[in-house]
Ligand binder design. Structure first.
Ligand code: ADP
Length: 302
């Protein structure tokens, strides 16, 4: 549904995006994962027509974004990372302002405002000034603004940064509901756990480049090689070298081996004959976060 082809973006001399080729299928929740400064916002702003000065092509449903097609603009709802709200106005008046930009008016506008307020759980606060909302409530209103014109594609740039757990869960519910209603959601984050629970497909981005992309399941199968984790008093690296490639990790040792079950049994047999106190002996697989680290050498958070 969305295709980026050879997209490059410079900010003066700095390359923010380098040769991005990415496909996003219709009706999926797509997670764009990368650390701060990786290029997530830049990629999203290009798709939302906010940044124009780039090289390459972006198409939505087969139509080039560069053609200035207003039909594409109407298809997209953008939730920027920075709040776009007028604090002195009520939630209702903020939404009315955005609704009019999209050509909504009269009863249709009023009804739609109530629908989106209901969706984001702010119906009972609609007559209060935004300045009296909590940070999480402002984020939810920010989302509501992008949903007013019933877009097919919703782009959310780090929508949960700095929000309280209750609003965070509410935002997850909104995303899941959009997905269940057949919408395509593109969502950026540097919280891997969030993306794992919400998204079907992901792209890992680092220093302006797509490092990997695909379905979460595919990536886990591709990279998630099993290892054994051993932790205990008296456990020495020398005892473990015979079972595979041994790495010292926090609190213990990780042994990479293609035969984890057999090796686990052999390690257990060995330690039964030795004077050691085993605390943990188990088969583990790397998480998506570990995979990101191994592909980029950098972690997602500072
Ligand atoms: P992310 O959303 O992943 O945090 P961004 O897309 O905001 O990353 O930024 C990518 C790179 O482009 C960073 O190095 C950032 O400093 C730079 N950048 C972003 N916006 C601008 C701008 N308006 N002017 C100059 N450099 C920018």
């Amino acid at each position: 549904m969305i295709q980026f082809t050879d997209v490059n973006k410079m900010y003066k001399e700095r390359a923010a995006l380098k040769n991005i080729n990415l496909h996003i299928n219709e009706g999926v929740c797509f997670g764009l994962i990368g650390p701060n400064g990786a290029g997530k916002s830049t990629l999203m702003k290009i798709l939302c027509n906010i940044l124009g000065d780039y090289k390459g092509n972006v198409s939505v449903s087969g139509k080039l974004l560069e053609s200035g097609n207003s039909e594409i603009k109407r298809k997209i709802g953008y939730v920027p990372q920075d709040l776009v709200l007028e604090e002195k106005l009520t939630g209702l008046d903020n939404l009315a302002f955005f609704g009019r930009i999209y050509g909504l008016k009269g009863k249709a506008l009023k009804d739609r405002i109530d629908e989106v307020l209901q969706k984001v759980g702010l119906l009972d606060r609609k007559k209060d000034a935004v300045s009296s909302y909590s940070g999480g409530m402002k984020r939810r209103l920010n989302i509501a603004c992008a949903l007013l014109h019933e877009p097919d594609i919703i782009i959310m740039d780090e929508p949960t940064v700095g929000v309280d757990p209750q609003s965070r869960n509410h935002i997850f519910d909104i995303i899941n509901e959009l997905k269940n209603n057949g919408k395509t959601v593109m969502y950026s984050s540097h919280y891997m756990e969030e993306v794992e629970s919400l998204c079907d497909d992901i792209a890992l981005i680092d220093q302006g480049e797509i490092v990997e992309s695909g379905s979460i399941r595919e990536l886990l199968v591709k990279y998630s090689k099993p290892s054994i984790f051993v932790q205990g008093i008296g456990v020495e690296k020398d005892d473990l070298n015979a079972f595979g490639s041994v790495i010292k990790v926090k609190d213990g040792y990780k042994i990479d081996t293609p035969e984890p079950l057999q090796k686990l049994e052999q390690i257990a047999d060995l330690f039964l004959t030795k004077d050691v106190q085993i605390e943990r002996l188990e088969i583990t697989r790397p998480s998506l976060e570990d995979i990101f680290l191994s592909l980029t050498g950098s972690s997602l958070r500072d």
